[in-house]
Design a protein around this ligand. Structure first.
Ligand SMILES: Cc1ncc(COP(=O)(O)O)c(C=O)c1O
Length: 391
């Protein structure tokens, strides 16, 4: 987030200047640095998925798809939710296809939150949450996850709930910490949501990227939660297709209707030929998803070992494809933003300063996030460069 006032920009969006991802990716291109900043994989997704998109283009799926999404995709989303998370949704009334999870987040916040409402979010916070909460005229209330284990402080959640709280926006597996909420933490959130009659939106884009034998559990699957929860996800992270932007919302019909009302005036529809392709991905056998996580776990181990050798204090993630380090052993003043701005010139690597994900800046000032959804040789190259820092 930029802090200077941007001319012409609405008050709602002041402070949300150019995202750090754009700044850091531009820096990576200008300096030729290894980009471990923005989280995009550097290998293509499964052949079946890529071929399905090509076939869709070749066979005429190039015009507006239906508003709620193509039936083949809504059916595949329903099957996927049932197969992996035990949640049954009616593809005709309880599933909405969106332009990535980004639009799902926007549609949920714009469609279900009014001016003056409060939205409870976990800090550090994925950057679009705050901007969309602000666009909705609502106010974020932060509950901070703290290293090394990033346990959820349920007393802090309780304390953050007020009569104005409308919705809890929960991300697990969590970007940028790599935290996977435990069933005890999810149960605690469920109890509070039910007690205070709150809506819940869950951002599950990293649902298949979980390590060490842990399991992703959708908050919607806890008793009493399905009726109040909007599950949001997308195909970008699961099928290495972050550029396709095919996302979805699964929820009871009245909640989907509210989100769809906002969504229809954002994009109406998108991603025509990619919709049947993501449907093919969602129908891949269990082994595909197991191998995806297993491969990333090896990369997680490789980068954590390398970053430790490079001198950082490393917070090992249980999910996602991000790892956070404390830079203070290498840079005692702990200025993560300055460190990331200098890093490409100093050693040819780009990372993201976690401070951008915090409202309470002191909590994240000294932390930097690296993405490890990259080929092994790229990770090794980046680590070798980072090792040069302490020499
Ligand atoms: C937590 C989280 N939510 C949502 C998104 C955006 O998902 P999509 O690319 O499907 O819009 C991302 C992308 O990095 C993310 O990390």
């Amino acid at each position: 987030m930029g802090s200077s006032r941007v001319p012409f920009l609405t008050a709602k969006l002041q402070g949300f200047g150019t995202t750090i991802f754009a700044e850091m990716s531009a820096l990576a291109i200008r300096t030729g640095a290894v980009n471990l900043g923005q989280g995009f994989p550097d290998t293509d997704g499964p052949t079946e998925v890529l071929e399905a998109a090509k076939t869709a283009i070749d066979t005429g799926f190039n015009q507006y798809p239906p508003g709620p999404g193509m039936p083949v995709l809504r059916q595949a989303i329903a099957e996927h939710q049932l197969r992996f998370w035990g949640l049954a949704y009616d593809p005709d009334t309880e599933i909405l296809v969106t332009t990535g999870c980004t639009e799902a987040i926007a549609a949920v916040l714009l469609g279900l939150c009014d001016t003056g409402d409060e939205v409870l979010v976990l800090e550090p916070t994925y950057d679009s949450y705050q901007a969309c909460i602000s666009l909705a005229g609502a106010t974020p209330k932060f509950v901070t996850l703290r290293p090394p284990a990033y346990e959820l402080d349920l007393d802090a959640v309780r304390a953050a709930i007020t009569p104005k709280t409308r919705l809890m926006l929960i991300n697990s597996p969590h970007n940028p910490t790599g935290k996977v909420l435990t069933t005890t933490e999810l149960q605690g959130l469920a109890d509070l949501a039910i007690e205070h009659d709150l809506l819940v939106a869950t951002d599950e884009v990293y649902e298949h990227l979980v390590f060490d034998g842990l399991e992703h559990v959708s908050l919607a699957s806890m008793p009493g939660m399905r009726e109040r929860t909007l599950v949001m996800s997308s195909g970008g992270k699961s099928f290495n297709t972050t550029g396709w932007k095919v996302g979805w919302i699964c929820a009871p019909a009245p909640l989907v209707t509210a989100a769809r009302t906002a969504k229809q005036f954002l994009t109406y529809v998108s991603s025509g030929p990619f919709q049947p392709a993501i449907a093919a991905g969602l129908r891949l056998p269990d082994e595909y998803f197991e191998e995806l996580a297993a491969d990333l776990q090896i990369k997680r181990d490789r980068i954590c070992a390398g970053l430790t050798e490079a001198g950082f204090a490393v917070y090992r993630p249980s999910g996602t494809y991000f790892v956070t380090v404390d830079i203070r052993p290498i840079r005692p003043d702990g200025d993560g933003l300055a460190f990331c701005r200098e890093l490409p010139e100093r050693c040819g690597v780009v990372g993201i300063p976690n401070v951008v994900f915090y409202e309470n800046k002191a909590e994240g000032r000294h932390m930097v996030r690296f993405a490890f959804c990259k080929r092994h040789e790229v990770i090794d190259d980046a680590v070798a460069r980072l090792k040069g820092l302490s020499r």
